[in-house]
Write a protein that binds this ligand. Structure first.
Ligand SMILES: NC(=[NH2+])NCCC[C@H](N)C(=O)O
Length: 304
């Protein structure tokens, strides 16, 4: 397989889509690693496996409709394998295994059959354990790489901070010709409305020159201003706290003019259609309860 990813929106040809099959029982509070899951465990509304499986099949169906080759993880019994995005990432022709939260370490084994199709010289793994990064924090945007991080002193105790500055430096070392820009994100283990778990929870490019953004997701206002200067204010679609909580920035592009989005994102989907983007709507509100959405459940391998 010849990997090729240059940005978030070029026509998609091959992707890994996670699976909710054998997701395991409702986690205990101390087993959860994001505040939105915790909220639903406490409320007794944690998503049912059967509902999540149906939602993910709806995405698989759209991908097949567009002739995208879809890889799925092998099933690990009673293990959460929904959010494929975070376990590895592709930039250009390199496949980089993430140094992920220890709770999620087993997920990568389940896509070994995909890795076996890639030239081993193109498969990378960070050399030491203190380098942290997850795919949800990393976005290639042509000659730029955007990376979400957390610069707070409490980083070591913050399990919702998944990418550190060593992670940023490692990615930078692999792509000396790219401009790497990191963004310090707001984190909260208590309130999901204040938690930008990954960069894709508060920002994502769409189309050719547009992006979705949640200003309050950025800890340093200068980082937000960088993106305003980069894209231009008129090209940004701002989402509020509630829209971020429902994960509006986490749609998924099949092409510059085709996206998969959640069916309840009325304001966002209307904006996308006004740009002549085809919006393929799916139900994904059960998946959303685990603080991830469409970008999080997909890991692109090949785009045009
Ligand atoms: N790319 C993402 N935003 N992924 C979301 C992952 C959500 C998952 N509950 C976690 O905490 O790891």
């Amino acid at each position: 397989m010849n990997l090729n990813i240059q940005n978030e929106t070029s026509r998609l040809r091959a992707v890994v889509l996670g699976t909710a099959v054998s997701n395991g029982p409702v986690p205990k509070l101390e087993e959860a690693y994001d505040p939105k899951s915790i909220e639903h465990i406490k409320a007794g509304t944690y998503p049912k496996e059967s509902d999540m499986v149906l939602e993910m099949e709806a995405v698989a169906k759209v991908l097949h409709k567009y002739d995208v080759k879809v890889y799925r993880p092998e099933i690990i019994q009673d293990y959460n394998q929904i959010f494929s995005r975070d376990i590895a990432l592709v930039i250009e022709d390199k496949f980089i295994k993430s140094n992920i939260l220890p709770d999620r370490e087993k997920e990568i084994k389940a896509i070994q059959h995909v890795i076996d199709e890639i030239d081993p010289d193109k498969v990378y793994k960070a050399p030491s354990e203190d380098i942290h990064f997850e795919g949800g924090d990393i976005m290639i945007h042509n000659d730029h790489i955007f990376i979400g991080t957390y610069k707070g002193d409490d980083y070591p105790d913050c399990i919702v901070a998944r990418t550190n500055m060593k992670g940023v430096a490692y990615i930078e070392s692999l792509f000396p010709n790219k401009t790497v820009k990191e963004f310090d994100l707001n984190k909260s283990m208590k309130d999901p409305k204040d938690n930008a778990l990954h960069l894709d929870c508060c920002f994502q490019p769409v189309g050719t020159n547009k992006a979705i953004i949640h200003k309050e997701g950025f800890r340093n206002p200068r980082d937000y201003e960088y993106l305003v200067d980069f894209f231009g204010m008129d090209n940004l679609f701002h989402i509020d706290k509630n829209e971020m909580y429902h994960m509006n920035s986490n749609i998924f592009s099949i092409a510059e003019d085709v996206v998969i989005s959640e069916k309840n994102f009325i304001r966002l989907n209307t904006w996308l259609r006004s740009l002549n983007i085809t919006v393929e709507e799916v139900p994904y509100s059960e998946i959303a309860k685990q603080e991830g959405l469409l970008r999080c459940t997909t890991m692109p391998l090949i785009r045009d």
